[in-house]
Write a protein that binds this ligand. Sequence first.
Ligand code: NAD
Length: 255
Amino acid sequence: MTEMLAGKRGLVTGVANEDSIAWGCARAFRDAGAELALTYQDEQARPHVQPLADRLGATLLQPCDVRREAEMDALFERIAEAWGRLDFLLHAIAFAPRDDLHARVTDCSEAGFSTAMSISCHSFMRLARRAEPLMADGGTLLTLTFYGSERVVEDYNLMGPVKAALESSARYMAGELGDKGIRVHAISPGPVRTRAASGLQDFDALLEHARKRAPEHQLVGIEDVGNVAAFLVADGAAKLTGNVVHVDAGLHVLS
Ligand code: NAD
């Protein structure tokens, strides 16, 4: 894997701490030789993300709350100024209001649904739209999804339909951007203990189920997801686009 991404420059969103899936991906991108820009959600997050960005020798560290258009504009202006191009982007952002996340899908509020969709799904388009002009020589857009989009997974609730929309959006974007050499994938990891995951009710049961049921009888780590993300961005994956790539020790093939 060494230097598979030498000369490539990528933007990684969604690093909150060392447990974040985005952190596993950022490390794998860096280990493969990529130069990175990282974002943090707000000033509260910055002290946690700054040391991680330093460890990777990230060239840029910028605030980016996807609810703030101006912040997203400033982020891409900064990348254009510093690099003049972008080779890949990782979208690793999700949020749903707690009451709606813990309710039945049948009962979730319109406001909660809209917030979850905007932050967890439409933000991928908002970032992609800004990345597109910087990918004149092609590029890769990655997002993160979960199997609860395809099947009813207990307690995943509102995030199921949100991730289904995200996966479909990734396919449409792959169709639209393919002639520019821009490839789009959604990576679907098995359950990983992260801060976002701790918002789900009874996440331990989900982990235990995955460990027992997955054909490989193993849980997925952020380094496993990172290795696949690095491959998808590499030139060797140039003929792949529009996929939902399961990194789940095989769990999704079971009924
Ligand atoms: P995490 O808590 O480490 O990351 C979630 C990130 O979303 C955080 O960095 C947070 O700052 C960011 N975020 C939330 N609202 C934001 C906003 N308004 N603007 C900008 N950033 C915002 O948790 P994670 O599990 O690493 O989540 C990353 C992605 O992986 C999510 O899309 C999640 O749904 C997906 N995923 C997680 C699992 C799992 O089991 N942990 C499994 C499959 C997919």
